[in-house]
Design a protein around this ligand. Sequence first.
Ligand code: S3P
Length: 462
Amino acid sequence: MAHASASKTSTALTAAPSPALSGNMTVPGDKSISHRSLIFGALAVGETRITGLLEGEDVLATAENMRRLGARVTRHEDGSWSVSGVGVGGLREPAEPLDFGNSGTGARLVMGLVAGHPITATFTGDASLSARPMKRIIDPLTLTGAEFHAREGGRLPLTLKGARAPLPIRYKLPVASAQVKSAVLLAGLNAPGETVVVEPVPTRDHTERMLAAFGAKVEIGTDDEGLREVRLTGEPELTPCDIVVPGDPSSAAFPVVAALVTPGSDIVVEGITLNPHRAGLYTTLIEMGGDIEIMNQRDEGGEPVADLRVRASALQGIDVPPDRAASMIDEYPVLAVAAAYASGLTTMRGIHELRVKESDRIAATVAGLHANGVKVQEFEDGMVVEGRSGHVDGGGHVATHLDHRIAMSFLVMGLGAKKPVTIDDGAMIATSFPDFHQLMRELGAVFTIPNTAGSNAAGSRP
Ligand code: S3P
């Protein structure tokens, strides 16, 4: 946490050419599962215990908002959390606006929750979240009977008046989005009868898995066209759970790529979930020739978990299959960094959704690669990176646009480059990976604060 707050006062950061990374690392708890643990816990009758909760700013905002909606959320001295829920239908109207900071997941899932209750709430967020599209949530939730007053274009801040008698709906997702799927299912919890979501492309399934664990009736099937269909029976009594949150594969992506591109590295990242809807990056890196050994595979709290041993590797560019996008949607910026170190071209298409994440991640990644001497062709739905066969110039300044994953991706790039890479703002890293700087330094990464007396001169790789 100390590093997160240090980066708040002096937000620019430099990653310098580093010695071989080595050692073992545990990454923080999965962000998707952490949000859902707090939200479902708030709807259960009784006390849910959570260990390994991600204590990043995004999840802490959800914790605070669950309090505002009437749940008792407590952090214990041993680092575990408990949530005393109010029961499905039992949320109270918040006296203050619900502020979600940078978190699209928190905001969108809680919109689903509020839509199914006869209460009114105002949703706010930072500049990045206030620029993100909410129409994808407003449209289906309006069908359940909820009413929205949003800014032009369906942006935050918005006020949501939940339905007095919510209707169960059948909804086919127009975009591959676990957030939209989850919002519809959450609204359906307080509706009589069956709420059905049809997914053209399967997305992360934590909501389905966890709702079933909390005692809801959730069935997975296929519709007439063979598409994945999730059917939820409304008005269940949710029973509290003991949740162990596994390590986040999206956070593990940064040390994993760092080890692949920093010469001589050999690290182990422990305890990450390899849920098949989340593991696309690892499949891709292995196809690129990455030396990644999947060890000690086990089941923890209903999720497949493993340790990864990663050694520096000569990577080759590949065509990433577009139908893999949903299983690695947050990992493309750091994959583009790996692709910069590979030989040959890496093609990433079918990822238009990246344009509406915490930033326009295609534009931000392309600009960051260019700034560091890497050629890349931009398309509306993706990019093609021309790999530098292990020799990335670096030396660039990268604009992060309030986006934690852009920040971490380009810090990773600097570790294996010839010259240091500087990002304009490391503060947002605290939204998902508060101890990133410290844990990476423990592996041997050289991070410095630029233009200060305390900066230990960031050197060059010969
Ligand atoms: C998430 C779903 C994804 C992902 C986000 C977390 C979730 O967003 O990008 O970081 O926890 O449901 P979309 O559902 O918008 O693709």
